[in-house]
Design a protein around this ligand. Structure first.
Ligand code: 5RP
Length: 225
């Protein structure tokens, strides 16, 4: 039986097939994306350049000689490839386990097509078992925490972690996400919240899900089983 890493690699390799040549693309962050960067680099496929969402992805892109471009230097990106912490059948996601949710949402929003790559453990019927990351301005943390508690969540500070943008992360436990789009907005309306990890507005357009039975390429609304 395939290990989780083998499944991640399978999803990543399939995504390389969907990357168009001679275009700019966006690249997310995380262990599944690391397999994608490696596979893209080894494929010999020529892209104009890629916008990265983290130092870790940039370093790996450099290793595989994938040219990096700044978001400000491109008009739009043909595709954005990224992993997820959880994804449902509408291809809405929780992201930000690696703390790069703000950059990921920005780069995803600049992309014409979001390709999510995941192993089957990430596929859920309801989002929220994975603690939802919320990026907050540090001095607003207590204020924001009280408001999130009032919404029924249990916020926990990600100790010793600072985001790329100098902010902190609160991970929300026991917070089930029945209405991804409106709950994404409700959390972002709290003053002091910079962004949260619900990708409801910017759901994926395609999910490449690696399962024990093979790799599935799914559209929003299409069930995996
Ligand atoms: C990082 C993310 C990642 O996409 C998410 O955490 C999945 O990571 P992995 O591929 O390592 O399981 O949102 O902020």
């Amino acid at each position: 039986m395939a290990t989780q890493d083998e499944l991640k690699r399978m999803a990543a390799e399939k995504a390389v097939e969907l990357v168009p040549e001679n275009e700019y693309i966006g690249i997310g962050t995380g262990s599944t994306v690391n397999f994608f960067i490696e596979a893209l680099g080894k494929s010999g496929k020529k892209i104009k350049g890629a916008v990265s969402t983290s130092k870790e992805s940039s370093a790996l892109m450099a290793k595989y000689e994938i040219p990096e471009v700044a978001l400000g230097d491109v008009i739009s990106l043909a595709v954005y490839v990224d992993g997820a912490d959880e994804v449902n059948h509408m291809l809405q996601m929780i992201k930000g386990g690696g703390g790069a949710l703000l950059n990921e949402k920005i780069v995803a929003s600049a992309s014409e097509k979001f390709i999510c790559i995941a192993d089957e453990s990430k596929y859920v019927s309801r989002l929220g078992k994975f603690p939802l990351p919320v990026e907050v301005v540090p001095h607003a943390r207590s204020l924001v925490s009280r408001k999130l508690l009032a919404m029924g969540a249990q916020p926990e500070l990600r100790v010793g972690f600072t985001t790329f943008n100098g902010n902190q992360i609160l991970d929300l436990h026991n917070f089930y996400i029945d209405r991804p789009v409106s709950m994404e907005d409700e959390i972002n309306r709290i003053t002091g919240v910079v962004e949260n990890g619900i990708f409801g507005h910017k759901a994926a357009d395609v999910l490449i899900l690696a399962t024990a039975g093979g790799v599935k390429v799914l559209k929003p609304g299409q069930e995996a089983v």
